[in-house]
Design a protein around this ligand. Structure first.
Ligand SMILES: NC(=O)c1ccc[n+]([C@@H]2O[C@H](COP(=O)([O-])OP(=O)(O)OC[C@H]3O[C@@H](n4cnc5c(N)ncnc54)[C@H](OP(=O)(O)O)[C@@H]3O)[C@@H](O)[C@H]2O)c1
Length: 290
């Protein structure tokens, strides 16, 4: 059983590769250049290509049984996803596990959610066995906040007061590996969520305790947040994320009844908690001299 993993050099994909290898699955990793594959475990086969280039995707899919499909947030995410899915159909793969997003069907005005909803809809239309993973906001997004938390003392993410059921990327990767290597996941959609609802003020308070200093929640002024984001990301992405956060502020991004229990059953353990992730991260920062 050989599995092609896209996004294998990224935050989630690299963990998915590790979890698959723990289960002795044969993995082919799709990477954008030879050099990018050098950090992958030695037993992992590498296929070089680009998800916008069907010729390279076809070559990468030739000889594999299953596909773990993760697309980065790009303006052509839908095209990239449907190229990979269309070719997976041609090869009549045994399963596609698709990395979508929590409540993809609720945030219809958010471009990267809308792309995922369209890809989910294609998966449901045809007869290739599929499993959809819908992860909530990643804990690991906050690894990028070192400077803001340790320096200015600000938690700068507008998570809102209703909050999000953020999830650890390691639980997402485990869920993906379980769905790819065990039976009974065909046609299923799994919401991947953390055990508690985390609001912006909650996050600030957790970091205050861990870093032993006052951390304030930046608040919810999305115009200035988007303007700030444009300094480090393309304008289309700053806008896309702004619309997403607007949705979080308006109605939250919160697990439904039974989601945590279902994920606990899938993983065989409760999902990891934000406090533990934050503790680990703070320790790593402090050990590196802040
Ligand atoms: N962050 C969140 O809170 C969150 C929550 C739910 C869902 N999601 C979804 O999770 C996905 C992002 O996952 P991630 O954080 O693991 O992403 P990431 O760390 O940004 O990694 C993206 C991966 O995709 C690869 N890639 C980008 N463009 C490509 C292309 N044209 N062809 C082939 N490979 C390409 C990158 O390769 P290189 O290494 O060469 O760049 C990298 O391996 C997105 O779909 C996002 O919507 C995110």
């Amino acid at each position: 059983m050989k599995i092609l993993v896209t996004g294998s050099t990224g935050t989630v994909g690299s963990e998915v590769v590790k979890e698959l290898r723990k289960r002795n699955a044969t993995v082919r990793a799709f990477v954008r250049s030879e050099g990018k594959g050098s950090d992958l475990p030695a037993e992992v086969e590498v296929a070089v290509g680009d998800l916008l280039d069907p010729v390279t995707v076809k070559k990468a899919l030739d000889g594999v049984d299953k596909l773990y499909l993760l697309n980065a947030v790009t303006p052509d995410e839908l095209t990239q996803g449907l190229i990979a899915y269309g070719l997976a159909k041609m090869f009549k793969l045994k399963q596609v596990v698709y990395h979508s997003v929590f409540e993809a069907d609720r945030f219809k005005d958010v471009p990267h959610f809308a792309s995922k909803l369209a890809i989910e809809s294609a998966l449901k239309q045809f007869d290739i066995p599929f499993t959809i993973l819908r992860p909530n906001y990643f804990f690991q997004n906050d690894i990028r906040l070192k400077e803001s938390l340790m320096g200015a003392g600000i938690y700068p993410i507008p998570l809102g007061r209703r909050g999000v059921s953020a999830v650890d990327v390691r639980d997402i990767a485990e869920a993906a590996a379980i769905a790819l290597t065990t039976d009974g996941h065909e046609g299923k959609t799994y919401n991947l969520v953390g055990p508690r609802v985390l609001s912006g003020p909650d996050a600030a308070s957790i970091w205050s305790g861990l870093l032993q200093k006052e951390i304030s929640y930046m608040g919810e002024a999305l115009d200035s947040w988007e303007e700030q984001m444009r300094k480090s990301t393309p304008a289309w992405m700053a806008f896309d994320l702004r619309v997403m956060f607007q949705g979080f502020l308006e109605h939250g991004f919160v697990a439904g009844y039974g989601d945590v229990k279902a994920l606990t059953e899938l993983l065989g353990h409760p999902p990891r908690g934000y406090e533990d992730f934050a503790k680990e991260t703070a320790l790593a920062w402090q050990n590196k001299g802040g």
